[in-house]
Design a protein around this ligand. Structure first.
Ligand code: WQD
Length: 342
C-alpha cells in the first residue's frame, strides 16, 4: 500500500525538489501551498519531471486551522514535511510579528492536526541558522544552538522545541525528525525547477546567476576582511537534489520504524566548507564566463564560518551528499538560462 506524504509549502524551491524525489521513490504526494511566496512554476515543473499530471494540489493557508483540518480529513496522510514558512532573514528583522505569527501558527496547526488524527510522522525543515556563530566548526548535532540573530532564525529554533515537546507529550504517536539544512543551492538537472526568489535575491547563488544573465549589474561580495583564508565567509553549500533526497531517507526512516528516538535531528550538509570567492570562481570556471563582482562592506548578521559534520546523517540514514559544486553550479546556471528562455 503506497504511503502518502503531505508537503506543506510544496510549490517552493525546496518543497518542489523534495516532491520530485518522493514521487520517484514511490510515495503518493499531496502538494499544499498558498502561493504567497512563489508562483506555479515549481508545481508545473514537478508534473513535467515526474509525468504525474494528476499530482494533487491543495491551496491551503496553514494559519487557518479549518483549512488544515479539512486537508487532513481529505487525504490518508502518513507523514508531513513542513516547509510552509516565510524565510527572508532581513524581512523578518523588519516584520517580526508577521514572521512569528505565520511561521509558528502554520506549524502549530499542522501539529494539532497530526495529534487529532492520533499520530503522524512529522519532518520539520530546520536550518543551520540555529547554530548562530558556532564556537567550533564543523558543527555536529550536539553543537549548542546559539540565540538566533533574526526572528526568522528564532522561528526555526522555536519550531524545533515545539516539535520535541509535541513528540514527548504524544508518547511517540507523533514522531519527529528535524533536518538542519546548511546552504541549499542549485536546481534540478532538468532545468524545469529551481530557485525563484521574488524581487532582489538575498541569497548568494541566485544573485550570481542573475548577474551572469544580466538581470543584475554587479554581485557585491559582502566582506573580504573576515578571518578566513581568502577573507570571505565560509559556508556549506549543499546541492538541492542531494538535500531533497535526504528527505526521502528521513521519511522512509520514520515509516519503516527505524528511528532510535521519537524525535531526531540531522545536519544535512556536505561537510565541505567553501568561501564566497571560491564559489564565484567555480561558477565562472564551470560555466566558462566572467562574473561582474566587487568587494563590499560586510552584511550585518553574517556568520564568518559554518559548515556541517554530516556523519550522523551518513551513518544513521545512509544519506550522503554526492553532487560536486561544479555540477550544482552548472545546474544553477542552466536554470537561470531556462528562466530567460535561453
Ligand atoms: C551566503 C554567503 C553572504 C549574497 C541564509 C539563511 C539560511 C538559509 C540560507 C533560508 C554569505 C554572501 C550573499 C550576496 C554575498 N535561508 N553573499 N553577496 O546568509 O549563509 O544563509 O540563507 O532557508 O537560514 O540564514 O546565505 O546565500 O544569503 O549568504 O556576498 O549578494 O554569501 O555574505 O557570506 P546565508 P546567503
Amino acid at each position: 500500500m503506497k504511503k502518502t506524504v503531505l508537503v506543506s509549502g510544496g510549490a517552493g524551491f525546496i518543497g518542489s525538489h523534495v516532491t520530485v524525489e518522493l514521487i520517484e521513490a514511490g510515495y503518493d504526494v499531496v502538494v499544499a501551498d498558498n502561493f504567497s511566496n512563489c508562483d506555479r512554476t515549481g508545481y508545473e515543473g514537478v508534473k513535467k519531471i515526474t509525468g504525474r499530471d494528476d499530482l494533487p494540489l491543495e491551496i491551503v493557508d496553514f494559519c487557518d486551522m479549518a483549512q488544515v483540518k479539512a486537508l487532513f480529513a481529505k487525504y490518508p496522510i502518513d507523514a508531513v514535511i513542513h516547509f510552509a514558512a516565510y524565510k527572508a532573514v532581513g524581512e523578518s528583522v523588519a516584520k517580526p510579528v508577521m514572521y512569528y505569527k505565520n511561521n509558528l501558527m502554520s506549524f502549530l496547526n499542522v501539529l494539532e492536526a497530526a495529534q487529532d488524527k492520533g499520530g503522524c510522522n512529522v519532518l520539520f525543515s530546520s536550518s543551520a541558522t540555529v547554530y548562530g556563530e558556532p564556537e567550533a566548526v564543523p558543527v555536529t548535532e550536539k553543537t549548542p544552538r546559539q540565540p538566533a540573530t533574526s526572528p526568522y532564525g528564532n522561528t526555526k529554533t522555536m519550531c524545533e522545541d515545539i516539535l520535541r515537546d509535541t513528540v514527548k507529550a504524544s508518547g511517540g504517536a507523533v514522531k519527529g525528525i528535524l533536518l538542519r539544512y546548511f546552504n541549499p543551492i542549485g536546481a534540478h538537472p532538468s532545468a524545469l525547477i529551481g530557485e525563484l526568489p521574488r524581487g532582489v535575491p538575498n541569497n548568494l547563488v541566485p544573485y550570481i546567476t542573475q548577474t551572469a544573465i544580466g538581470k543584475r549589474e554587479c554581485l557585491s561580495i559582502f566582506g573580504n576582511d573576515y578571518p578566513t583564508p581568502d577573507g570571505t565567509c565560509l559556508r556549506d553549500y549543499i546541492d538541492i537534489v542531494d538535500l531533497a533526497k535526504a528527505h526521502v531517507f528521513a521519511v522512509t526512516r520514520m515509516m519503516d520504524g527505524k528511528m532510535k528516538e521519537n524525535c531526531e535531528v540531522f545536519n544535512i550538509g556536505t561537510g565541505r566548507p567553501l568561501s564566497v570567492l571560491e564559489l564565484v570562481t567555480a561558477f565562472e570556471k564551470v560555466n566558462n564566463l566572467k562574473l561582474n563582482y566587487r568587494f563590499a562592506p560586510r552584511r550585518a548578521g553574517d556568520v564568518t564560518a559554518i559548515w556541517a559534520d554530516p556523519t550522523l546523517a551518513n551513518t544513521e540514514m545512509g544519506w550522503k551528499a554526492t553532487r560536486s559544486i561544479e555540477e550544482t553550479l552548472k545546474a544553477a546556471w542552466a536554470w537561470e538560462k531556462h528562466l530567460a528562455g535561453k
